[in-house]
Design a protein around this ligand. Structure first.
Ligand code: INI
Length: 176
């Protein structure tokens, strides 16, 4: 049986983080968690790009643009959408999630989802380095695994004749 599983070695891989400034105290901790994870898994700091956007709503467009550049093996999206008194939360959180998923599917580049969607600030802080871990770290770990899985799949399966590459990150793979 052929089995594929991405390793957790980030050496030589290129990552971009897209993070929203809204609820910045939380977002900064998520970025720290992601950077900590990348460092601990041997990523090179000069292979990391960081893009700040105003809010989670703006994350998908920038993620899609960076993914399309072909410069990255994987992207990590970070932010915090915290429920308020109105339905605004549902629109922002829902579209951020749908947009990130679409950017990944449209480009073939792995894009992980570290955007917190919580009812309270405390719940967000707990997931940004306090008692519930750091979801930025987790999203970076998933990005490393998916980037390596993409490499493994790219070398095992040829792109089909219609030109759509089998690689999770076809442009990045082509540059290697
Ligand atoms: N953006 C967030 O990232 N988190 C939030 O909690 C949030 N709330 O609650 O409003 C939020 N709103 C801003 C939104 O993402 C856009 O930046 C804004 O609507 C401009 O397009």
């Amino acid at each position: 049986m052929k089995t594929f599983e991405g390793t957790l070695d980030a050496a030589g891989l290129r990552f971009a983080i897209v993070v929203s400034r809204f609820n910045e105290m939380v977002s900064r901790q998520l970025v720290e968690g992601a950077r900590d994870c990348l460092r601990r898994h041997s990523a090179d700091d000069d292979q990391l790009t960081l893009a700040w956007v105003p809010g989670a709503w703006e994350i998908p467009l920038v993620a899609q643009r960076l993914a399309r550049s072909g410069e990255f093996d994987a992207l990590i999206c970070l932010g915090a959408v915290i429920r308020g008194a109105t339905a605004h939360f549902d629109y922002v959180a829902g579209q951020a999630a749908a947009g990130v998923a679409r950017a990944a599917l449209d480009t073939g580049v792995p894009i992980t989802f570290g955007i917190l969607t919580t009812d309270t600030v405390d719940q967000a802080l707990e997931r940004a380095g306090l008692k519930a871990g750091n979801k930025g770290f987790d999203a970076a770990l998933a990005a490393i695994e998916m980037a390596n899985l993409g490499r493994g799949l790219a070398s095992a399966f040829r792109p089909p004749a219609n030109g759509r590459a089998a690689s999770l990150a076809p442009e990045a793979a082509a540059r290697r």
